[in-house]
Design a protein around this ligand. Sequence first.
Ligand SMILES: O=C(O)CCC(=O)C(=O)O
Ligand SMILES: [Fe+2]
Length: 249
Amino acid sequence: MSTQINTIPASEAVRSAEERIASYDWQEFATELSGYGCAVLPKILTPEECKEIAALYPHEEHFRSHIHMARHGFGKGEYRYFKYPLPDLIGGLRTALYPHLADVANEWNARMGIDQRYPAEHKDFLKQCHDAGQTRPTPLLLQYVPGDFNCLHQDLYGDLAFPLQIAFLLSEPGEDFTGGEFVLTEQRPRMQSRAEVVPLRQGDAVAFAVHNRPVQGTKGNYRVNLRHGVSRVRSGQRHTVGIIFHDAK
Ligand SMILES: O=C(O)CCC(=O)C(=O)O
Ligand SMILES: [Fe+2]
């Protein structure tokens, strides 16, 4: 299938992704992400782009695998992992968003006493993944119908894991679907867990911690353990795209 998002040359898709992300206040974004473990990028995709991406779902040629969540105990609903080459817009956003997240990830690792530092460009991090045998693309398109939900989880696919990821809501809450809230939990050592429900509109993206983040305590930084998921969809259809920055084994 040829859709508009696949007819833009890849270099232009990166530029267009770079242009759109230049309009955000990345300092404020980093403060929010470090304060709460998640931060929203409003209206990163247009409604037309959301519809175009969601419309790829039935077209198998774009995907390497198809997962029925109930079969694995992951919840209920389905998703498909994109194949390389990724659709230009998704690949472009993956490349253009990475450097902003790498700055936060490197600061978090320093605060958590983890030696690893992430390179400034995504292609260099992907090379590390590929050299470690993690070669399969992880961006995915998810589809939920009434009764579907996504259990709390962490998207780890091997030893190498970039600590932040992004999900884009492609459907409009209240119009295309009800329920289906994006949820994050944060397990704090020797304390009760904290939950966040992230309000998103169509075209918004949420960046969040994949598994750990540092929290400033009275005696220095401590590490919390995060999981994310989606509450039950009550009506309609909900689509999302997930961008994970490490590749899979
Ligand atoms: O559907 C969602 O909002 C969450 C999808 C998800 O688990 C992910 O992008 O990793
Ligand atoms: Fe996920």
